[in-house]
Design a protein around this ligand. Sequence first.
Ligand code: HEM
Length: 511
Amino acid sequence: MFKSLTNEKKIITVNLFQRYLNFVREESSYKKDQNHLWCFEDIPGPKSYPVIGTLYKYLPYLGDYDAEALDNVALLNWRRYGGLVKEVPGVRLLHVYEPELIEAVFRQKERYPARRSHVAMLHYRLSKPEIYNTGGLLSTNGSEWGRIRSSFQKNFSSPQNAKQYVYDVDNIARKFVKWVKECRTSCNEDFLPYLNRLNLEVIGVIAFNERFDSFSPNEQDQESRSSKIIKSAFGSNSGIMKLDKGLLWRYFKTPLYRKLAESQEYLEKISMDILLKRIHFYDKEKDDDDKSLLASFLQLPNVDFKDIIGVMVDILMAAIDTTSYTTSFALYHLARNPDNQNKLFEELFSLMPEKDAEVTSDILSKAVYLRSCVKESLRLNPVAIGVGRVLQDNVILKGYLIPKDTVVVMQNMVASRLPQYVRDPLRFNPERWIRNSDNFENIHPFLSLPFGFGPRSCIARRLAEQNVSISLIRLIREFKIEWMGGDLGVQTLLINKPDKPISLSFTSRNM
Ligand code: HEM
């Protein structure tokens, strides 16, 4: 059409087009000058199409995203677009990589910080009002979340409360080490299933005063109670992220939704069995020795059994995989870095010259090197690639106006591995966290946040850190460990699962 115009008309058309471009440019700079702000659409990010947004990026052949390697996707986007990346996969999404900006998001004064996750699980639980009042801590937002969080918080989080479990957890860890010594025949076997069993036992005692007897020969069967709890916890967690992105389950029960529902149903049944057992027991006699979380929940004035069931299922879902993956990665880094492992052993040897000595809260508080090993391992391999929040007000980040209701993903895992924030970032170097060490680094406090931040952070942080520490103390005090596999990466299934078996060899220490 342009070809058929006379030269004069062509010149007029080009001029008009040029004037239109100038007008658009002036308009956008006017927009910035007027408000001193850019709008959300101006943030760099992958191309988005009507209706599907950026979801095409997950399609085979068409897209370059791998839903189970979201850490790589996040790194790719940071390289392409920088420290703030916009996406529109059905919802308005913003990825934030710079620690100063992460801090700015977390410092919003929100009474009830909100996350957009576990949407299908929320739907499932709300469809069973005879069992649940809410979607539980993980999926509920707003004042209902505030009510359950403030009711259950104290029993979970107080340092005093965590200390009272040291003795019981240490006893379980000791038996575990004995069991590892007796039963591990092949070093090619994956150690993760063993850690899952250990952490089920640990949370069983802390949360419910319940022994699952996970290491007995009967319980090794795939159909046993402990095997099915571990499978259901994983079955719940592993589908959450895909269901959060999907829509079909809202209209009919997709196979993934059914798997989530079946897994939740099993955890529900176990929680109910335990709850009824405790209630009947307390009906007959008072048990002053029961210091489990459940015993304290039953004393709470403003919660009912349905609230308690919701939190019990949350605990079974949230405690096993997270703690086992964290311990796995810590063992991996220590096994691959014998110098660091030796330093840790020396610290433990000086704190516990007799290896059969009891682990106490005093030993835990003095184990500085151990703490820095856990911190460093969580910097490199946090359980979550980042933490999400739904903005409840407009926020300004780097001159952009980010509207209320935007879902913000703080990309802590990728940021924690960038050289501008951490020296030699891919090296496992626990000393960088130790103040009086030559290698100490002043790392931004919002860079590595493995338990999240603020009122919505992990409710069980103290317990989780304590449990991982006790397991590591027992294993490293008893064995010299070596890594038998290749590089270990992550499979991002809501939480970061090791992408290969945990291949360790254990040699008993004679000291
Ligand atoms: C090393 C182990 C663990 C890690 C790294 C971890 C990490 C996290 C993270 C990152 C969050 C989200 C925080 C946020 O949004 O700011 C979270 C939430 C949560 N965690 Fe953990 N967690 C661990 C162990 C546990 C354990 C053992 C339990 C239960 C006994 C637990 C129960 C929960 C619950 C219920 C929430 C939701 C809290 C809420 O939304 O109010 N976690 N955890």
